[in-house]
Every structure is written in structure tokens, then in C-alpha cells.
Design a protein. Structure first.
Length: 150
């Protein structure tokens, strides 16, 4: 396994993984044109975030996105973990654990990062158990949103 920052040439596989993720976790069909544009926009602008991918034998088999939230309370950035996906045939093989460890080590090496956060679909017990095993804790926060794009 090799972990690296995603490149623009990874956009198609990342967009495909995002569509699979939405379907598998929420039975939500994403608009492929919008997702492709969103992935490409992020890959062209590091201020939006950073995708990390896992390669095996030259093929991308997993991904994780980091976005940033400034916390004035802690004078640092939280790195939000998003768009986590591992191809079905590689699940339970340590791919996500390797991605998480890579990102956690990067975050801990930086003075401007104060923690990692993520949100998870309420009924996704498998993901919740994986996050528990990594030492992440359920917080007292609930997520609210208003959205005008699906």
C-alpha cells in the first residue's frame, strides 16, 4: 500500500468512489457531473482541502478527504475527515486505518492543527465501530444544515 496526496488525474476514481459512498451509506444518488466538478475544483485549489489516496499495484483502492475549520476557541484548525471510501474488496484489510494514521501523524506534526473531526451517518454502525477502534470519541454536538444543492 502506498498513501499519497491525490492528483488531478485521480479525479474520475475519486468522483466514482464518492458516488458509491453516497449510495452505500445513504441510498443517495449523486449527480455525477456536479460531483466530478466538485472533486476537480478541490484538487485544483488546496485551500478547499486535500484528498489522500491509497494505491495498490498502481490502482487507487481508497480515499480520504481533509477539509479545514478554524476554531477561535482553540486557536487552531480542526481537520475534518470526509469522503472516506475503501473499495469493497479491500475492506477490513487496514486501508482506512493506514489512511487515518497517515493523516493523524500529519496533523499532530503541525502547530496549526488542534484536532480531527468527522461526521458519520447515524445508522452506519460499521463506520462508527471503526472510528471507535481508532480512539475517536462521540461528541455532544449534533449537526444541522440548510442546503440548496443536492
Amino acid at each position: 500500500m502506498k498513501i499519497r496526496k491525490a492528483r488531478l488525474t485521480d479525479a474520475a476514481v475519486i468522483a466514482d468512489f464518492n458516488a458509491r459512498l453516497a449510495w452505500e451509506t445513504e441510498k443517495l444518488r449523486l449527480n455525477s457531473v456536479i460531483v466530478s466538478r466538485g472533486v476537480r475544483a478541490l484538487l485544483k485549489d488546496a485551500a478547499k482541502g486535500t484528498y489522500f489516496v491509497v494505491e495498490m499495484n498502481g490502482a487507487v483502492i481508497g480515499q480520504l478527504l481533509i477539509t479545514y475549520e478554524w476554531s477561535d476557541w482553540r486557536n487552531g484548525n480542526f481537520w475534518w475527515i470526509q469522503s472516506v471510501y475503501v473499495a469493497a474488496e479491500f475492506r477490513s484489510a487496514g486501508v482506512f486505518r493506514a489512511l487515518f494514521s497517515h493523516v493523524q501523524n500529519l496533523a499532530q506534526s503541525r502547530r496549526d492543527v488542534c484536532g480531527l473531526r468527522l461526521y458519520v451517518e447515524k445508522n452506519n454502525r460499521r463506520a462508527q465501530q471503526a472510528y471507535d477502534r481508532l480512539g475517536m470519541k462521540h461528541t455532544h454536538y449534533e449537526i444541522y444544515e440548510t442546503s440548496w444543492r443536492s
